[in-house]
Ligand binder design. Structure first.
Ligand code: PEP
Ligand code: MG
Length: 892
């Protein structure tokens, strides 16, 4: 016979913490606490399998369940010395849901179940407090009607308010036992009116109703949405925990509270929590009364004059503090606990690993490893790599003078300055021109993703902490101030009015997503200061990981940030980004639009010193760390002049007719630029570009090498290769240029030439291509695009739907598609090594900063990952976790 019901309580517990899948988190931990000998009110857990069966069997229960519940009720009755439904000595129950992970959206709690017109009298007698008994009874009817019978909870609040008005009463505490008795009658009448049948008096009917409501809540739309957002499978099901009631509201020797074994906001190793005297469970979290501190130290620190638990009930405090220690030591993690004191007796109601801020998570992990509670490896596993983003963004210099315009919600941490733009296309265009912008909107929508990506920060005048802007910005690690309601965004006229002043497109503002401040002008920033705990943990991670971590960077600022975050090289220097700088773009356009080789060379001659200067700066910053420089890559259309003004400017520079030039630009127009003349094709069409870039690289290397003992060894990378012949064609130009520079400078250069693997054909032909390539760098952005045949620029419009429908689990442009794209990478790695056993293998697509993709890279034995500067710490940690086979960050 299947066991559907597990008991917990002194001497009878048959579950434990390892049974989380079957008993849910709450149930498994109640069983474990009971096993540890802690005072847990006895009860039982109906397993998650009942939930699964319930839905499989068309919402019906397994046939043995009834008998098992009855037996469990009897055992609990024995332990408490009471009987469920007994008129003289009734057992009262709480009923709670409890899935494997705590899940908002599920039915939460029904308290005082088992009360009816008869048992309430027994409770009154036993507690010697009629008012308490009828207050408990009305709470039960209210809660049960609301969460089990779906009668709108507002009705009951209205009844209480009307009653108070009629009887000249102000506070709930002004109502006497007689008053509550009358309210109970009114409540029951209301429920009957709404339901068309009386409120259930039979305790068993009440219990089955509550059990059904818990299971029913598993499929409520809000619970389903939560599961979808958090990737939780539907077939997990929820458990139901039925437990003997204990009362924290039985007078001044009773209390209830919640506590953490360490401080969840800063990680300090000190008990931290709140309690209320003479109150029932939910009162503490409901915020109706202001809770008091548990410890004296916390009370003093908070400057509170309300006595702490430590002061009011020293003995209870002592017992509770010991229980906390015991639980933390046992679970080897910070615990979040609920307790109740009933007439001088402590009861533990719940424990679980506590949620914490990242700062606290780092401190707790490092402290616990230093205390010897956990190993360094475990500490490393406990931090969610992606959460590190929060730590890494610049903040406003506290000494900076600030001209504050407004404050909104601090929706996503970090500070950013930039020019105001009001629409996302413009944000993208400005970013492409190398400008920093802040995207300002009334609110954002999915159509703004590209603009949000492009912007340094996002400001909205409407919306809360879970608005689209807030959620998406947090996900991207972009600073965001949301819902700055005093700002008026006039989208049509492209102005915003803040603090009585008008700001137009292009004006500079600063936002601080940590404080919610919106500030006029550019503000001095302070680069993130990483705590000692962060450094220590990252060092531990570095000792564990095998993968090297490089960065994708091309500006000195990015390079410096990446180095400060621990980058061990540049895996991708996108040289075209240097071409968009200032008025270089004009020379680039001249070069592309030139009719003759001579004109083209003239334009390139202007670019050469600039590129050389860029590379000198980078080589100097990177010292002896490796630098991979990619030759010109992007689709041609990105360089072509678009507006008449741009055409006129280029024409002027070239001394040609603007109309002719426009025609030439139109000739170069491509239907599908992403698959057009880009990457090595561009270098083959315009070999002088490859030559100029190679010269700039080698001259810079020669220059920087002169001044130091270790020679610069540039890695020159050819993009978008599909044929070995393409690589060879470009390679011979590079080699010829190296020889030329060697002859001119009278030195021997040390360099390597490799390719990106960005096309399925390249992956499949890797054995052949490796004959010419000294390294492979997987360009998984393009490789994903070309493997799926999905345009990386247009994917946003439909991939979201795919995810909603469950056709794909993750966006393959964020997390590497290991089944498809990953197979190509594996093939290329394996076959590349056949030709060249020591071929250096890396990844430089966006996936290089994604923890799941990094785990794939570890598994595949790549040498390094390369990611954007802010992702470097994420990658260092994820690479260590990949060695340790996964993270254990369930608490975050
Ligand atoms: C890639 O395709 O993955 C890559 C790194 O190159 P880009 O994003 O510049 O096309
Ligand atoms: Mg690419």
């Amino acid at each position: 016979m299947t066991k559907w019901v597990y008991i917990f309580g002194e001497g009878v517990t048959d579950g434990d913490a390892s049974m989380r899948n079957l008993l849910g988190g709450k149930g498994a931990n109640l069983a474990e606490m009971a096993r540890l000998g802690l005072p847990v009110p006895p009860g039982f857990t109906i397993t998650t399998e009942v939930c699964t069966q319930y839905y499989k069997g068309g919402e019906s229960y397994p046939s043995e369940l009834d008998a098992q519940i009855n037996a469990a009720l009897e055992t609990v009755g024995k332990l408490t010395g009471r009987t469920f439904g007994d008129p003289a000595n009734p057992l009262l129950l709480s009923v709670r849901s409890g899935a494997r992970v705590s899940m908002p959206g599920m039915m939460d709690t029904v308290l005082n179940l088992g009360l009816n017109d008869t048992t309430v009298a027994a409770l009154a007698k036993e507690s010697n407090d009629e008012r308490f008994a009828y207050d408990s009874y009305r709470r039960f009817i209210q809660m049960y009607s609301d969460v089990v019978l779906n009668v709108d909870g507002d009705y009951f609040e209205e009844i209480i308010e009307d009653y108070k008005d009629e009887h000249d009463l102000v506070l709930d505490t002004d109502l006497s036992a007689e008053d509550w008795k009358k309210v109970v009658v009114l409540f029951k009448a209301k429920t009957e009116e709404e339901l068309g049948k009386p409120f259930p008096d039979d305790p068993r009917e009440q219990l089955w109703g509550a059990i059904g409501a818990v299971f029913g809540s598993w499929m409520l739309p809000r619970a389903q949405t939560y599961r979808r957002l958090h990737d939780l499978p539907s077939d997990w099901g929820t458990a139901v925990n039925v437990q003997a009631m204990v009362f924290g509201n039985m007078g001044d020797d009773s209390a209830t509270g919640v506590a953490f074994s360490r401080n969840p906001s800063n990680g300090e190793n000190a008990l931290y929590g709140e309690y209320l005297i003479n109150a029932q469970g939910e009162d503490v979290v409901a915020g109706i009364r202001t809770p008091q501190d548990i410890t004296e130290a916390a009370r003093i620190a908070a400057g509170s004059d309300k006595p702490s638990l430590e002061a009011t009930m020293p003995q209870m405090y002592q017992q509770f503090a010991e229980a906390c220690k015991k639980l933390e030591t046992h679970y080897r993690d910070m615990q979040d606990m609920e307790f109740t004191i009933e007439r001088g007796k402590l009861w533990m109601l719940q424990t679980r690993n506590g949620k914490r801020t990242l700062k606290a998570a780092l401190k707790i992990a490092v402290d616990m490893a230093d205390e010897g509670v956990i190993s360094k490896e475990e500490a490393v596993k406990r931090i969610d790599p992606t959460s590190l983003d929060q730590l890494l963004h610049p903040t406003i210099d506290p000494d900076a003078e600030i001209d504050e315009l407004a404050t909104g919600l601090p929706a996503s941490p970090g500070a950013a300055s930039g020019a105001i733009v009001f629409n996302s296309d413009e944000a993208e265009a400005e970013k492409a021109d190398g400008k920093a912008v802040v995207l300002c909107r009334v609110e954002t929508s999915p159509e703004d993703i590209h603009g949000m990506h492009a912007a340094e920060g996002i400001l909205t005048s409407r919306g809360g902490m879970t608005s689209h802007a807030a959620v998406v910005a947090r996900g991207m690690g972009k600073p965001c101030v949301a819902g700055a309601g005093t700002i008026r965004m006039d989208m049509r006229n492209e102005v915003m009015v803040a603090d009585g002043r008008t700001f137009k497109k292009g004006d500079i503002i600063t936002i601080d997503g940590g404080s919610g401040q919106v500030i006029a002008g550019q503000v001095k920033m302070r680069q993130p200061e990483l705590s000692g705990d962060f450094k220590k943990l990252m060092q531990w991670a570095d000792n564990i990981r095998r993968l090297r971590v490089r960065t994708n960077a091309e500006t000195p600022t990015d390079v410096k940030v990446a180095l400060s975050f621990g980058a061990e090289g540049i895996g991708l220097c996108r040289t075209e980004h240097m071409f968009f700088d200032g008025d270089r773009i004009t020379s680039v356009r001249e070069m592309i639009l030139a009719d003759t080789l001579q004109e083209r060379r003239a334009a390139l001659d202007k670019l050469l010193p600039m590129q050389r200067g860029d590379f000198i700066e980078i080589f100097e910053l990177m010292d002896d760390l490796p630098v991979t420089i990619r030759l010109l890559d992007p689709p041609l259309h990105e360089f072509l002049p678009k507006t008449d003004a741009e055409i006129a400017e280029v024409a002027k520079h070239m001394g040609v007719d603007a109309e002719d030039l426009k025609e030439r630009a139109e000739e170069l127009h491509e239907f599908n630029p992403m698959l057009g003349n880009r990457g090595c094709r561009l270098l083959i069409s315009y070999p002088e570009v490859a030559e100029m870039q190679a010269r700039a690289i080698f001259e810079a290397a020669a220059e920087v090498s002169k001044s130091r003992s270790v020679q610069v060894k540039p890695e020159v990378m050819v993009p978008l290769v599909g044929l070995k012949a393409e690589l060879d064609e470009v390679k011979q130009r590079i080699e010829a240029m190296a020889e030329a520079v060697e002859a001119e400078k009278g030195i021997k250069l040390d360099y390597s030439i490799g390719t990106m693997i960005e096309l399925p054909r390249a992956a499949l032909q890797s054995e052949e291509i490796a004959k010419s390539a000294e390294f492979f760098s997987f360009g998984t952005n393009d490789l994903t695009q070309t493997t799926f045949g999905i345009s990386r620029d247009d994917a946003g419009s439909f991939l979201g739907k795919y995810q909603e429908k469950g056709l794909i689990e993750k966006d393959p442009f964020i997390t590497l598609d290991s089944d498809g794209v990953g197979e190509l990478i594996k093939h290329a790695a394996e076959h590349g090594r056949k030709t060249r056993p020591n071929i250096k293998l890396g990844i430089c697509g966006e996936h290089g900063g994604d923890p799941a993709s990094i785990a794939f890279c570890e598994e595949t034995g790549l040498d390094y990952v390369s990611c954007s500067p802010f992702r470097v710490p994420v990658a260092r940690l994820a690479a260590a976790q990949a060695v340790l086979k996964g993270a254990d960050t369930g608490t975050l």
